[in-house]
Write a protein that binds this ligand. Structure first.
Ligand SMILES: *[C@@H]1O[C@H](CO)[C@@H](O)[C@H](O)[C@H]1NC(C)=O
Ligand SMILES: *[C@@H]1O[C@H](CO)[C@@H](O)[C@H](O)[C@H]1NC(C)=O
Length: 460
């Protein structure tokens, strides 16, 4: 086995040497402050974030080792990308150990970078965009500037160069797509570099056949994985499924067939509300969701239809700082809560990994079009900016694979509103000294709504 290749010292040296080597590379800026249009932030639903979180762990690791994240971040800031991701086995076992050693030598960082960039096309090429079998192959320039060829074999399998696409459209994101491929693609220049170093004329870097995979339980050959993962997410974006609400785009009529109802979303929402109440310190949030608004029901419906959500739940202390001004607008409680719901499933680990790797990450919220920015701070995740920021305070209060609840220590507002509300004279709410049966926020909202004559729920 070739495990000694992965010696800590080798990787450590790559990192040490990287700053010199990078300076000589095109497309890679050496200081993080010089990132251009993307302003040093990446969207959490970026294909790049998805790659690092995907099952293509070997490729993701190589991309990080090759110090390519910033370059790729800039690329997705400008255009879509298509990533060809070799399955892990292709990098673990099917690669000539000597070639792998060559790639991981600190002095060959540039070869590693070229090799990886050879797997990325600076545009979106979905599986539907392949040439049909029988027609001529189509050339695409890669980020390494060398070209790859797309073709379909007689039997219909799509290939890129000599590698078969085993998981077409495996990951699809707004800024790109990942296709799983059977083996590593090796650009000519890297192969030649390798050959030259070895001082040998012709040697193939890839072993001709991958070792067949044997299932250790059945001792039979493993079947190839299904191309589309089971339980695929709903086709429509979550915004189309949202009930119409104040200042939200009106939701279209339900599509034919109605809700899929694959999951008992209501039970899951009840579960997480119960968990919030038992956890303690989040009663206001629970009360808002259940009693002040119909958002608990709304969330249950969305989850039933297959959507996933992450709730950033401000704790009671944070809620107590809300002012009457901030709640007096009709629909304000809903708007506040919508800004705390991310239409993705994120855990403490996934968010922390994202901010640690990218610095700043923008998450979509259900309050269109506002996003919430997260960054690493003090070994934790901080949301929002300046005074209006909140720390991840009680991570993973509830996580069931569809709903994730993360406790935070502040109430978040979209940046423009934060400044607007600061100008107003704000009258802070008196904090109750002992816990009251009804949430203080609830009482206050009831008072406000009485003034406006709006009774959509019981204020008794
Ligand atoms: C990426 O592709 C999507 C879908 O084709 C398109 O809507 C979007 O504008 C593209 N983004 C960029 C930056 O070109
Ligand atoms: C909703 O209101 C009822 C009645 O006042 C109360 O008993 C219940 O605890 C509230 N629910 C939550 C989640 O706070």
């Amino acid at each position: 086995m070739d495990s000694p290749l992965y010696g800590v010292s080798i990787f450590f040296s790559i990192f040490l040497l990287s700053s010199h080597t990078l300076a000589a590379l095109p497309r890679t800026s050496s200081s993080s402050s010089s990132s251009s249009s993307s302003s040093g932030q990446i969207n959490s639903n970026s294909v790049l974030v998805a790659l690092l979180d995907s099952h293509y762990t070997e490729l993701a690791e190589l991309v990080e080792k090759a110090l390519l994240l910033q370059t790729l971040e800039e690329a997705v800031g400008k255009h879509n990308i298509t990533i060809f991701a070799p399955r892990n086995e292709a990098l673990e076992r099917q690669l000539d150990p000597e070639f792998k050693r060559f790639l991981l030598e600190p002095g060959n960082l540039k070869s590693l970078q070229i090799l990886l960039m050879f797997h990325i096309i600076p545009s979106r090429v979905g599986s539907g965009d392949w040439p049909v079998s029988g027609s001529d192959p189509v050339r695409h320039r890669t980020l390494s500037t060398e070209h790859v060829h797309f073709a379909s074999k007689g039997s219909g399998e799509k290939v890129v160069n000599s590698a078969e696409i085993v998981r077409p459209d495996d990951v699809v994101r707004p800024d790109g797509v990942i296709h799983g491929i059977e083996r590593l693609l090796i650009p000519r220049s890297v192969q030649e570099d390798f050959n030259r170093r070895r001082n040998l004329r012709s040697i193939s870097a890839v072993l001709p056949e991958g070792a067949p995979e044997v299932d250790p339980r059945t001792h039979r050959l493993k079947k190839p994985a299904a191309p589309v993962p089971a339980g695929a997410p709903p086709v429509l974006p979550i915004y189309d499924a949202l009930a119409p609400g104040p200042s939200l785009a009106p939701a279209p009529a339900p599509g034919p067939g109605g809700p899929h109802g694959h999951f008992d979303g209501m039970a899951q929402v009840k579960d997480f509300i119960q968990t919030l109440l038992h956890y303690g310190g989040y009663n206001e949030m629970a009360d808002i969701l259940v009693n002040l608004t119909s958002l608990a029901t709304e969330m249950g419906r969305l989850v039933s239809e297959g959507y996933v959500i992450t709730v950033l739940a401000p704790n009671d202390e944070a809620m107590a700082k809300l002012t009457t001004d901030q709640l007096s607008e009709p629909g304000a409680p809903e708007q506040i809560v919508y800004y705390h719901i991310i239409p993705e499933y994120q855990t403490e680990e996934s968010m922390y990994n994202a901010v640690r790797r990218f610095g700043k990450v923008r998450y979509d919220t259900l309050r269109l079009p506002h996003k919430v920015v997260a960054q690493e701070a003090d070994g934790s995740v901080k949301f929002g900016n300046g005074d209006g920021s909140a720390y991840l305070f009680d991570p993973d209060i509830y996580t069931d694979g569809r709903i994730s609840v993360q406790g935070i220590d502040g109430v978040l507002f979209p940046p423009e509103e934060e400044t607007a509300s600061e100008k107003k004279t704000s009258s802070p709410v008196k904090v109750a000294t002992k816990p009251t049966r009804r949430g203080k926020l609830m009482e206050m909202a009831c008072n406000v709504l009485e003034v406006f004559g709006q009774h959509r729920f019981s204020c008794q």
